[in-house]
Write a new protein. Structure first.
Length: 182
Protein backbone atom coordinates (compact mmCIF):
# COMPACT_ATOMS: atom_id res chain seq x y z
CA UNK A 1 0.00 0.00 0.00
CA UNK A 2 1.34 3.39 -1.00
CA UNK A 3 1.59 6.31 1.42
CA UNK A 4 -0.32 9.19 -0.02
CA UNK A 5 0.13 12.65 1.45
CA UNK A 6 -3.05 14.59 1.05
CA UNK A 7 -2.76 18.26 0.07
CA UNK A 8 -5.19 19.22 2.84
CA UNK A 9 -2.90 17.61 5.45
CA UNK A 10 0.13 19.52 4.11
CA UNK A 11 -1.85 22.79 4.18
CA UNK A 12 -3.00 22.13 7.76
CA UNK A 13 0.57 21.47 8.92
CA UNK A 14 1.83 24.56 7.09
CA UNK A 15 -0.71 26.79 8.86
CA UNK A 16 0.15 25.32 12.27
CA UNK A 17 3.86 26.03 11.75
CA UNK A 18 4.09 29.23 9.73
CA UNK A 19 7.36 29.93 7.97
CA UNK A 20 8.53 33.53 7.82
CA UNK A 21 11.75 32.83 5.98
CA UNK A 22 13.48 35.60 4.13
CA UNK A 23 16.76 36.28 2.39
CA UNK A 24 19.05 39.15 3.28
CA UNK A 25 20.59 40.87 0.24
CA UNK A 26 23.87 42.42 1.44
CA UNK A 27 24.55 45.91 0.06
CA UNK A 28 28.34 45.97 -0.44
CA UNK A 29 28.35 49.76 -0.84
CA UNK A 30 27.00 50.15 2.72
CA UNK A 31 28.93 47.21 4.23
CA UNK A 32 32.52 46.61 5.25
CA UNK A 33 34.67 43.77 6.51
CA UNK A 34 38.03 44.75 7.99
CA UNK A 35 40.97 43.06 9.70
CA UNK A 36 43.05 45.03 12.22
CA UNK A 37 46.70 43.96 12.35
CA UNK A 38 49.40 44.98 14.83
CA UNK A 39 53.08 44.74 13.99
CA UNK A 40 56.28 45.90 15.62
CA UNK A 41 56.17 49.69 15.63
CA UNK A 42 52.93 50.10 13.67
CA UNK A 43 49.50 48.75 12.85
CA UNK A 44 47.29 48.68 9.78
CA UNK A 45 43.80 47.71 8.66
CA UNK A 46 43.01 45.36 5.78
CA UNK A 47 39.78 45.93 3.85
CA UNK A 48 37.95 43.07 2.17
CA UNK A 49 37.01 44.71 -1.13
CA UNK A 50 34.95 41.87 -2.61
CA UNK A 51 33.24 38.76 -1.24
CA UNK A 52 30.21 36.55 -1.65
CA UNK A 53 27.70 36.57 1.21
CA UNK A 54 24.43 34.67 1.47
CA UNK A 55 22.10 35.07 4.44
CA UNK A 56 18.62 33.93 5.34
CA UNK A 57 16.52 33.78 8.44
CA UNK A 58 13.23 34.55 10.10
CA UNK A 59 11.71 37.70 8.61
CA UNK A 60 9.85 38.63 11.81
CA UNK A 61 12.55 38.09 14.44
CA UNK A 62 15.61 38.62 12.18
CA UNK A 63 17.10 35.44 13.68
CA UNK A 64 19.53 33.87 11.19
CA UNK A 65 19.03 30.35 9.87
CA UNK A 66 21.90 30.39 7.39
CA UNK A 67 24.87 32.60 6.58
CA UNK A 68 27.89 31.97 4.41
CA UNK A 69 30.75 34.22 3.43
CA UNK A 70 33.55 33.42 1.00
CA UNK A 71 36.38 35.52 -0.38
CA UNK A 72 39.65 35.55 -2.27
CA UNK A 73 42.59 36.82 -0.24
CA UNK A 74 43.65 38.84 -3.31
CA UNK A 75 40.62 41.03 -2.45
CA UNK A 76 41.94 41.73 1.07
CA UNK A 77 43.83 44.97 0.61
CA UNK A 78 46.21 46.57 3.08
CA UNK A 79 46.84 49.75 1.09
CA UNK A 80 50.38 48.59 0.33
CA UNK A 81 50.77 46.60 -2.91
CA UNK A 82 54.08 45.04 -1.83
CA UNK A 83 52.59 43.92 1.51
CA UNK A 84 49.52 42.49 -0.27
CA UNK A 85 51.77 40.37 -2.54
CA UNK A 86 53.77 39.17 0.48
CA UNK A 87 50.51 38.17 2.20
CA UNK A 88 49.58 35.90 -0.72
CA UNK A 89 53.08 34.33 -0.67
CA UNK A 90 52.77 33.82 3.12
CA UNK A 91 49.42 32.08 2.57
CA UNK A 92 51.05 29.66 0.12
CA UNK A 93 50.82 31.53 -3.19
CA UNK A 94 48.32 31.08 -5.98
CA UNK A 95 44.63 31.81 -5.52
CA UNK A 96 44.04 31.68 -1.78
CA UNK A 97 40.45 31.66 -0.50
CA UNK A 98 38.69 31.80 2.83
CA UNK A 99 35.19 31.05 4.05
CA UNK A 100 32.85 31.26 7.02
CA UNK A 101 29.72 29.14 7.38
CA UNK A 102 27.16 29.76 10.16
CA UNK A 103 26.10 26.69 12.14
CA UNK A 104 24.06 28.09 15.04
CA UNK A 105 23.22 31.21 17.00
CA UNK A 106 22.08 32.07 20.51
CA UNK A 107 21.70 34.90 23.01
CA UNK A 108 23.96 34.67 26.03
CA UNK A 109 22.91 35.65 29.55
CA UNK A 110 24.31 39.17 29.12
CA UNK A 111 22.00 40.03 26.23
CA UNK A 112 24.64 39.63 23.52
CA UNK A 113 23.84 37.60 20.42
CA UNK A 114 26.42 35.02 19.34
CA UNK A 115 26.98 33.22 16.06
CA UNK A 116 28.96 30.02 15.82
CA UNK A 117 30.36 28.74 12.60
CA UNK A 118 33.26 27.24 10.74
CA UNK A 119 36.04 29.56 9.58
CA UNK A 120 38.34 28.13 6.90
CA UNK A 121 41.68 29.81 6.18
CA UNK A 122 44.77 28.26 4.57
CA UNK A 123 42.88 24.96 4.18
CA UNK A 124 42.33 24.69 7.94
CA UNK A 125 38.81 24.82 9.42
CA UNK A 126 38.08 25.93 12.98
CA UNK A 127 34.85 26.51 14.88
CA UNK A 128 34.62 30.08 16.17
CA UNK A 129 32.01 32.15 18.02
CA UNK A 130 31.36 35.76 17.08
CA UNK A 131 29.37 38.27 19.15
CA UNK A 132 27.19 40.55 17.04
CA UNK A 133 24.31 43.00 17.16
CA UNK A 134 21.40 43.46 14.79
CA UNK A 135 19.55 46.71 14.24
CA UNK A 136 16.42 46.77 12.12
CA UNK A 137 15.35 49.79 10.06
CA UNK A 138 12.20 48.84 8.13
CA UNK A 139 13.20 46.17 5.61
CA UNK A 140 16.92 46.74 6.29
CA UNK A 141 19.16 45.00 8.82
CA UNK A 142 22.45 46.35 10.10
CA UNK A 143 24.69 43.66 11.56
CA UNK A 144 27.84 44.63 13.47
CA UNK A 145 30.35 42.35 15.12
CA UNK A 146 33.94 41.78 16.10
CA UNK A 147 35.86 38.51 16.24
CA UNK A 148 39.31 37.83 17.60
CA UNK A 149 41.44 35.19 15.92
CA UNK A 150 44.99 33.92 15.92
CA UNK A 151 46.44 33.12 12.51
CA UNK A 152 48.73 30.46 14.05
CA UNK A 153 45.54 28.41 14.68
CA UNK A 154 45.34 28.03 10.88
CA UNK A 155 48.84 26.55 10.50
CA UNK A 156 50.31 29.86 9.37
CA UNK A 157 53.81 30.83 10.54
CA UNK A 158 54.65 33.98 12.49
CA UNK A 159 55.47 36.78 10.06
CA UNK A 160 58.94 38.24 10.64
CA UNK A 161 60.89 40.61 8.43
CA UNK A 162 64.38 41.98 8.83
CA UNK A 163 64.72 39.81 11.98
CA UNK A 164 63.19 42.66 14.01
CA UNK A 165 59.67 43.29 12.81
CA UNK A 166 56.97 40.79 13.76
CA UNK A 167 53.28 40.73 12.87
CA UNK A 168 51.24 39.87 15.95
CA UNK A 169 49.34 36.61 15.27
CA UNK A 170 46.29 37.97 17.13
CA UNK A 171 43.99 39.69 14.64
CA UNK A 172 40.70 41.52 15.07
CA UNK A 173 38.05 41.05 12.38
CA UNK A 174 35.34 43.72 12.32
CA UNK A 175 32.25 43.65 10.16
CA UNK A 176 29.38 46.00 9.40
CA UNK A 177 26.90 44.35 7.08
CA UNK A 178 23.84 46.19 5.79
CA UNK A 179 21.24 44.29 3.85
CA UNK A 180 17.68 44.39 2.65
CA UNK A 181 15.25 41.71 3.82
CA UNK A 182 13.51 40.03 0.87
Amino acid sequence: MKNIVRPSLVLTIATLFPVHAAELKIDKEKSRIQVDVKATGHSFTCNLNDYTAKASGDKTSAAPSAFSLSWDFADLGTGDEKRDKEMIKWLGGGKQTGAFSFTKGWSDGGGMTQAEGTLTVHGVSKTISIPYTVKREGDWLIIDGTAKMNYEDFSLPIIRTMALMTVDPKLTVRFHLTGEIR
